[in-house]
Design a protein around this ligand. Structure first.
Ligand code: TYM
Length: 333
């Protein structure tokens, strides 16, 4: 598949309302890439059902995530915004990639281990082969780079391994081998209550700030964020994970360099740090929430955007899928 500009692909699961880690680690970069690249931003509902979802909520969350993408500055005239299940090539290529992905590789995925521990009553085959579907998402569009948070690095490495494996068998020009785009600051925002674990939208409510939390809730959650008893504001993720996490949140959202930020707390305490973190979050989320609410009031317009996105994505995806089918030896229809 040849496109003029480099292709960027990323996706987020509509498995609940996003938390600020999703924004800081991934979503905030999405609009910044759309002028120089052909970006595809997908709402990965097929990934979401690897964990049991309420159908009505899933439908709502998929639209809500689309609105959030747009509210964060993704422009549907520049980027392709669509829902994964609207492009059947994702499932078709995933099957083929499954046949080139080893059991041992999938068994080593930390997300699989974490999620199977969390959902011990539903360790389904989809949860296990999830990385092959993710590889399909990326490889279908010949993406060069994938903006993600730190926790997706392993999945992208597997995507690369599978792409290289198939290129070795079927020709080097079959797939572009993608690179992860992971930024140094903010690629792993930690839980507010257990700052040695990453912030996750599937954990208890007080451990994360949701992107749709009202200002009072943001203030309350950050005020209660776990720190330590050392009483000094330094960036030391090992010994002061809670304080360092709050610094990361502020630095990411205000673009203040970490050194200057830390220096500004020389004679201030944790109360000021928490208040500043709350302010940075509220300032960032205010305009996004307002635009999100506006877009959710006009679901017909939102659905039209998603329909247009799926049409464009289908064309691109089928080019790769047809070529893969041909090379693996499927007969033409
Ligand atoms: P998901 O939906 O769990 O998360 C979406 C994005 O947010 C990042 N992220 C974080 N970044 C920093 N700190 C955190 N605490 C934090 N929590 C989440 C994730 O790294 C991700 O970039 N498998 C993916 C979705 C996916 C995908 C893809 C991504 C499916 N197909 C293809 C890229 C390309 C996932 O579960 O992300």
């Amino acid at each position: 598949m040849k496109t003029e500009r480099p292709v960027i692909f990323s996706g987020i699961q509509p498995s609940g309302i996003l938390q600020i880690g999703n924004y800081i680690g991934a979503l905030r970069y999405f609009p910044l890439l759309q002028d120089d690249n052909q970006c595809l931003y997908c709402i990965v509902d097929m990934h979401a059902i690897t964990v049991r979802q309420d159908p009505a909520k899933l439908r709502h969350n998929s639209r809500s995530l689309a609105a959030l993408y747009l509210a964060c500055g993704i422009d549907p005239k520049k980027s392709i915004v669509y829902i994964q299940s609207h492009v059947s090539a994702h499932a078709e290529l995933a099957w083929i990639l499954n046949c080139f992905t080893y059991f041992g590789e999938l068994s080593r995925m930390t997300q699989f281990k974490d999620k199977s521990a969390k959902h011990a009553d539903n360790i389904n085959a989809g949860l296990f082969t999830y990385p092959a579907l993710m590889a399909s998402d990326i490889l279908l569009y010949q993406a060069k780079a994938v903006p993600v948070g730190d926790d997706q690095k392993q999945h992208i490495e597997l995507t690369r391994d599978v792409a290289i494996r198939m290129n070795n068998i079927y020709g080097d020009d079959l797939f572009i081998v993608p690179e992860p785009l992971i930024h140094k600051t903010g690629s792993k925002v930690m839980s507010l209550q257990e700052p040695t674990r990453k912030m996750s939208k599937s954990d208890a409510d007080e451990t994360f700030v949701s992107m749709l939390d009202a200002p009072e809730i943001v203030k309350k959650k950050l005020k209660r964020a776990v720190t330590d008893s050392l009483g000094r504001v330094t960036y030391d993720a090992q010994n002061q994970p809670g304080v360092s996490n709050l610094l990361t949140i502020i630095s990411s959202l205000t673009n203040k360099p970490m050194d200057a930020l830390v220096a500004s707390y020389e004679d201030k305490g944790y109360g000021a740090l928490k208040a500043d973190a709350a302010e940075a979050v509220i300032e960032t989320l205010g305009p996004i929430q307002a635009e999100h609410a506006r877009l959710m009031n006009d679901t017909a317009a939102l659905d039209a955007i998603l329909k247009g996105g799926a049409e464009r994505a289908n064309v691109l995806a089928n080019r790769t899928l047809d070529e893969v089918k041909r090379r693996v030896g499927f007969t033409a229809r």
